[in-house]
Design a protein around this ligand. Sequence first.
Ligand code: GSH
Length: 202
Amino acid sequence: MKLYIKPGACSMASHIILAEIGGEYAVEIVDTANGETAGGANYREINPKGKVPALEVGGEVLTEGPAILQFLGDSADNTDLAPTGGTMARARVNEMLNFTGTELHIAFGPLFNPGSTDAQKEAARQAVAGRLDWLEGRLSDGRAHLTGAAFTIADAYAFVVTNWANFTGIALSRWPHLSAFMARVGERPAVRRVLKAEGLAA
Ligand SMILES: N[C@@H](CCC(=O)N[C@@H](CS)C(=O)NCC(=O)O)C(=O)O
């Protein structure tokens, strides 16, 4: 099983879940700008969409972060990572994966686009803040993670995307419950290993 990543990108969520599960896996960095993997392969022949993550598994290539996260979570012995399909617990995880992908992840887009004007970046910061307000509300009942007590695949994705605030001029201290969540997830041994492996922590 091999995961294609870009350090610090949304692919880090799948990397975290691989590390949480343990076992054997490989990770290869992709230069998405020139479309080449670290090993010199043409990445578009692996994933024609040219984006990370992509997971090579069993002779197939699976793309789209939330699909990869669910595939990995469903394969794990630890059923907390992805609760059984058809339950409300799983529906809540899917709800949070979708929110992170279609609301939060997308809202950061202009902040990483070198062509964005300052006004576009400020509007994007406000849009991100609105989504972070919602995460703060979700955590304000004292739950440890976004869907309850257990750490799930949805927490990994929300952690990685929320962490982009630290690189885009958004102070997370404004959201105390979310800041505590980020610290809690960031302390997980698997998360620490991945942050180090991707060059985001010493
Ligand atoms: N819908 C895709 C989006 C993936 C995506 O946006 N990947 C970004 C990194 S977070 C990427 O590869 N960007 C490189 C590029 O656009 O050249 C998913 O959820 O997996």
